[in-house]
Design a binder for this molecule. Structure first.
Ligand code: ADE
Ligand code: ZN
Length: 327
């Protein structure tokens, strides 16, 4: 078969997608009209027919947060999640674990239960309609305080049926994993799986990866491809089975390097690396486009493309999803 057909036909799992990063210009315009609001000018300016456009992380975050203003009701959160899930189903995604940023909503007055109930109803509807399994990973915004993160963790305790893990995202500079050690320790005690963004090419990237592994004891790392520079840490993730959720198209925009070489090196060294879409509405690539980027821009073999998806199912927290939904 043709490579594109092969990639599109593969059953996939996605473990690194931000629901707020699935807000397309079209959906933002629709929700703004429904809520009788006008879109912030920064959002309108960055909109194109194909999606939003930018060149780096700062210009991305400068549109990402203001665009969320259009999310007001549980129905809005439902529609946002459903927009992604319909596309994921078309891309043959069978299982997904979706990040969301509750503090980006509670900090502007939207109650936590509105956010989670809206997302949860979409996940359940998609499960019934397409048989896709989907659950939520709650991210703390690392540029906000550890106290706010802890309060948000408390808000999440009644929703363990849909929230299976916690993560850490937003601006990494001067916000190391250790800042949130107590929050993650409590989250683990409450039964949540742990992951964290260790963004590529950060100044203290290797030290942040070390903290995530040794001090926080994460189950996964989001991005984290800089680990190739440190053989000791590579050995630890192999021994512990810690997986990396990599995002090629996002990398190509945020750092102008999609890190295909590093992803392939780690894959061939038996590290459980995976390919994901991060913020697909913003970086303009869903599951198939991200896998195709690796397929066409590296010398990866088809067997290895299959291995990337095996890795994703293996490091997924699907057993927790089954526990929550069927037992
Ligand atoms: N939140 C959503 N997408 C993100 C990204 N690519 N980097 C940091 N924080 C994010
Ligand atoms: Zn991310």
């Amino acid at each position: 078969t043709d490579l594109k057909d092969f990639v599109e036909g593969m059953p996939k799992a996605e473990l690194h997608v931000h629901l707020e990063g699935c807000l397309t210009p079209q959906l933002a315009a629709k929700l703004a009209a429904r809520n009788k609001m006008s879109l912030p000018e920064t959002v309108t300016k960055a909109s194109t027919a194909e999606g939003f456009a930018f060149h780096d992380l700062t210009s991305f975050l400068a549109v990402y947060y203001p665009a969320m203003e259009v999310l007001q009701t549980a129905n809005d959160f439902h529609d946002l999640a459903m927009d992604y899930l319909v596309k994921a189903h078309r891309h043959n995604v069978k299982h997904c674990e979706l990040f969301f940023d509750p503090q980006a909503h509670t900090s502007r007055g939207i109650p936590f239960p509105i956010v989670v109930m809206g997302y949860r109803s979409a996940l359940l509807q998609a499960q019934r309609a397409f048989g896709i399994s989907a659950s939520l990973i709650m991210c703390f915004l690392r540029d906000m305080s550890a106290e706010f993160a802890m309060a948000t963790l408390m808000d999440a305790l009644p929703y363990k049926d849909s929230i299976i893990g916690v993560g850490l995202d937003s601006d990494e500079r001067d916000n190391p994993p250790s800042k949130f050690a107590a929050v993650f320790q409590r989250a683990s005690k409450e039964g949540f799986f742990l992951t964290m963004h260790c963004d590529i090419d950060q100044k203290n990237s290797i030290e942040h990866i070390r903290q995530a592994i040794e001090e926080i004891q994460v189950d996964r790392i989001d991005h984290g491809t800089n680990i190739v520079e440190d053989t000791r840490l590579v050995d630890i993730v192999k021994t512990k089975g810690i997986g990396l959720t990599c995002c090629p198209i996002s990398n190509s925009i945020v750092t102008r390097d999609f890190k295909g070489k590093e992803i392939l090196e780690l894959l061939r060294n038996d590290v459980k690396v995976t390919v994901n879409s991060d913020d697909p509405a913003y970086f303009r690539g869903y599951a198939n486009e991200n896998v195709l980027k690796v397929a066409t821009d590296t010398d990866v073999e088809r067997q290895e493309l299959v291995q990337l998806q095996r890795n994703a199912f293996n490091i997924s927290w699907i057993s927790a999803w089954r526990r929550n939904h069927f037992l």
